[in-house]
Design a protein around this ligand. Structure first.
Ligand code: ADP
Ligand code: MG
Length: 578
């Protein structure tokens, strides 16, 4: 039974809305479905999975790095409309074209074809890869009439990895079709599913019987039999799939033992205990097999076995890392997708320059540090706005938040793409400058870029290099803004910060100790700007009004370096080398 719903007619929409909220760090809801939260910085082929709802995690659950770029989400067991497909494609396209990929069902084929025509007419590269893995749905002579079922998962994964690797539209299509040609699935149902609000099951099986080859929407299968033992079922599934072995394939296979919605994972493992040894006995090496619920049919009871024969091209794509709401494999980056700003907020970046492993590792720390600055600024947004409103225009809080959000997303993305510290901070700085608006944004952006340039893309920076980097940040601000300490700007905080930090490090303090002392000095200096009259910036004309209120830019800088100091202390308890 599907028990939890409000108005049954709203089930699919409500499920999608809840999913998008729960997984907002990965996905963004757009008309017609979902797209990844972060947008590729350079054009990448967008692999768009599609189909009806009721199959979770297919298809929205596999949207994320290394997998689908978006999902077109129809109603329960119903093809999405052409308009939905078009709209998701428009949101996901980053200039390298889109691929609609879906199981072979007439409604989907027509709707995606119509959307494709419309996109092509607008000059967007568009292709369709149709999955036909279900061996029970048509004979081998009519292989292209077969339906797509759990094999979707492997075919989509291969294409997602190829797109992530930067392959062009034709290449991603080629490997996708090859994966489909090499994929076979046989499914079986023990009991039908129930639509939300329906009194009866979509189809019903007698107790103790099983329908072999039944489709995921209840389409007829091969035949009904008495429910066998797990071992007998495992043997039958393996035998039926291996009979279908494509010609000329090798001995390495991807395997998916899939639950249809209400089989316990333990049951699947019991079955796997038969399936895996039989496949090995048949001479196969099982590469990164999956046992789980990956393509379901509401609460249908049943399982399916999918085999994809791999080759030297498909195997790396199948095992490549992915990070999505429902499926994670390997390591993309600790911070991948974490809290990234809206897709639309991310500027296109150039590919990052060469970097070393050490610098990439350090770049991840920079992302974490930007994350700390981000929460600090979000917390302080209204306070900073109020300070700026006294003698300025009241936008300092908003501007800093816009800047850090964009900087953080750009940094996450740069790290995902293998950026070292310099590339990551440069990308962050550029995004900050672009998005923040206001004087402080230009300065923070340019300062971060200068810091990155001082740290480079090769070394794990020493304390001295960090000191030099902060000096570079400060000098760049001086150079651009031409304000000096005493003018009532952020220079009143950054200059003493940089000096105290470097003095401390030269005097033999650790980076953390020197940083904490410098942050305390910066915060005091920021507070002390209360007694100054602004000589620069928007506050200058209202100099008298500003007396008694500290400079907002100096205060925000003090808050950020203080929070970073606390972060360093916290971090050092986990790792020692800072
Ligand atoms: P805007 O002044 O354009 O509205 P913000 O409100 O975001 O930009 O930032 C104001 C802060 O920018 C000021 O509080 C000050 O710290 C800093 N600022 C303004 N002009 C300069 C400058 N020439 N050099 C250094 N910092 C400056
Ligand atoms: Mg302002």
């Amino acid at each position: 039974m599907t028990r939890l719903f409000n108005d049954p007619a709203d089930f699919a929409d409500e499920a999608l809305a809840g999913f998008c909220d729960a997984h907002e760090i990965y996905v963004r809801q757009v008309p017609g479905g979902v797209v990844r939260r972060t947008r590729p910085g350079v054009p990448r082929v967008a692999v768009l999975a599609g189909g009806g709802s009721g199959h979770y995690p297919a298809f929205a659950g596999i949207v994320g790095a290394g997998f689908a770029s978006g999902a077109v989400v129809g109603n329960i067991f119903t093809s999405p409309s052409a308009q939905q497909a078009y709209s998701v494609a428009k949101a996901a396209d980053s200039g390298a074209g889109v691929i609609f990929t879906y199981g072979n069902y007439a409604g989907d084929v027509m709707n995606f074809a119509m959307a494709s025509e419309r996109l092509a007419a607008e000059g967007i590269g568009v292709e369709n890869v149709i999955v036909t893995d279900d061996i029970a749905s048509a004979s081998a002579d009519e292989i292209d009439k077969r339906r797509g079922i759990a094999g979707d998962f492997i075919v989509f994964k291969v294409m997602g990895a190829a797109a992530e690797a930067g392959e062009n539209l034709a290449e991603v299509v080629r490997v996708g079709r090859k994966a489909n040609d090499n994929t076979r699935t046989i499914g079986t149902a023990f009991q039908g599913c129930t639509f939300p609000g329906a009194d009866d099951r979509l189809f019903s099986l007698e107790k103790g019987s099983m329908a072999l080859g039944l489709g995921i929407h209840g389409e007829p299968g091969l035949h009904d039999t008495v429910m066998p033992t797990a071992a007998a079922l495992g043997a039958e599934l393996v035998q039926r799939v291996l009979v279908e072995t494509p010609e000329g394939v090798g001995t390495r296979i991807a395997v998916l033992l899939n639950g249809l919605g209400s089989s316990k994972l333990e049951e699947l493992f019991v079955l796997w205990r038969t399936v895996a040894p039989l496949l090995r006995e048949a001479g196969y090496t099982l590469v990164a097999p999956e046992v789980g619920e990956l393509v379901t049919s509401l609460d249908m009871a049943g399982v399916s076995l999918t085999v994809t024969w791999l080759d030297e091209e498909l195997e790396p794509l199948w095992v490549a890392p992915a990070e999505t709401p429902a499926f994670r494999r390997g390591y993309i980056a600790a911070t991948t997708n974490a809290g990234a700003a809206d897709n639309a907020d991310i500027e296109v970046q150039d590919a990052p320059a060469e970097s070393t492993e050490e610098s990439r590792h350090f770049a991840q720390r920079c992302v974490a540090a930007l994350g700390v600055a981000r929460s600090t600024l979000h917390d302080a947004e209204s306070m900073l706005g109020d300070l700026d409103a006294i003698a300025g225009d009241g936008d300092h809080g908003r501007g800093m938040v816009r800047g850090i959000d964009a900087a953080y997303s750009a940094a996450v993305y740069a790290v995902q793409r293998g950026g070292g510290a310099e590339s990551t901070l440069a990308a962050a700085g550029d995004a900050w400058g672009d998005r923040a608006g206001g004087t402080s944004g230009v300065l923070w952006g340019a300062g971060l870029r200068a810091l990155g340039e001082a740290l480079g893309n090769s070394d794990q920076p020493s304390a001295e290099q960090m000191g030099a980097g902060v000096d570079a940040f400060s000098s760049r601000l001086l150079e651009l803004g031409k304000a000096e300490p005493g003018d009532k700007t952020m220079m009143d905080a950054i200059v003493p910060f940089a000096k105290t930090l470097n003095d401390g490090i030269r005097g033999g303090s650790s980076l953390i100790d020197a940083w904490i002392s410098a942050a305390a000095v910066a915060s005091q200096a920021a507070e002390a700007t209360s007694s100054l009259r602004p000589k620069r910036g928007r506050a200058r004309p209202l100099a008298e009004k500003s007396l008694g209120t500290p400079d907002p830019g100096a205060i925000s800088l003090g808050l950020i370096v203080t929070a970073l100091g606390e972060h360093l202390v916290h971090y050092s308890t986990q790792e020692e080398n800072l």
